[in-house]
Design a protein around this ligand. Sequence first.
Ligand SMILES: NC(=O)c1ccc[n+]([C@@H]2O[C@H](COP(=O)([O-])OP(=O)(O)OC[C@H]3O[C@@H](n4cnc5c(N)ncnc54)[C@H](OP(=O)(O)O)[C@@H]3O)[C@@H](O)[C@H]2O)c1
Length: 251
Amino acid sequence: MEQLQHKTAVITGGNSGIGYATAADFLAKGAKVLITGRNPEAVQQAVDTLGNDTDSFIADQGKIADTQKLAEYVRDRYGKIDILFVNAGIANFGPFSQVTEESFDRLMDINLKGAFFTVQYLLPLIKDGGTIILLSSINALAGMPGASIYNASKAGLNSLGRTLSRELASRKIRVNTVNPGPVETPILQKAGIPEEAINKDEMAKKLPAGRIGQPEEIAKLVSFLASDEASFITGAEYNIDGGFSVHPLIG
Ligand SMILES: NC(=O)c1ccc[n+]([C@@H]2O[C@H](COP(=O)([O-])OP(=O)(O)OC[C@H]3O[C@@H](n4cnc5c(N)ncnc54)[C@H](OP(=O)(O)O)[C@@H]3O)[C@@H](O)[C@H]2O)c1
């Protein structure tokens, strides 16, 4: 039986990487899927490859007015949804001393404030018994140097997940957070790191798994958490990082 049959899902940032792979996995498991993104051509390209049953809406997660319009669209089109996957995010790297108010606000507006208000605006449209999954990062826990804004934005998401799991318990809405380690997506190039400077082999050496992850591997965990098979799981945080979080200090 298809694990997500009769479920309707909204995925923010579904035109690329983990969001795209999750949309494909949700569709394969029988869900109706709406993806969002900020770039109309990229979103249309994703819809073309995911299949024309995929719905889409152009909304910048960093703009609350867009989120409000997304919620109106979802309400008019679907009434209620079962799954909200808050995935859209950007990265930004550089020493703490060089962080500007502008770079801080740009990242926080999308990764934390945008994620926060995406949940708030869509919450009345999530069925009782539905589920929310927040896409954080192992960086929320790891304190990686040179990623102070990103790390803080993701730590905020983990905190939000814990709070919402309790606040929404009366509506039987399960809230869980996923913390991936390094995954092969275009996020680093989009953050301005040239392709030749991204050393996957060096990253892989730090992982017991011996390689970085693929978006499809994260998608499978998200699909499981979105399904009724995860009915006893809420307030949880899942590291899916090839073992990065147990990187040994000794030995
Ligand atoms: N890749 C990793 O190693 C890794 C590890 C841990 C956590 N993550 C997290 O995983 C999530 C997905 O990232 P990814 O690695 O799959 O990167 P990605 O391929 O760049 O995907 C990010 C998605 O979010 C969209 N997006 C970015 N800013 C947006 C905005 N303001 N409004 C709407 N959509 C927006 C992107 O659209 P555009 O195409 O327009 O940019 C894209 O569809 C992020 O939250 C990221 O922090 C990634």
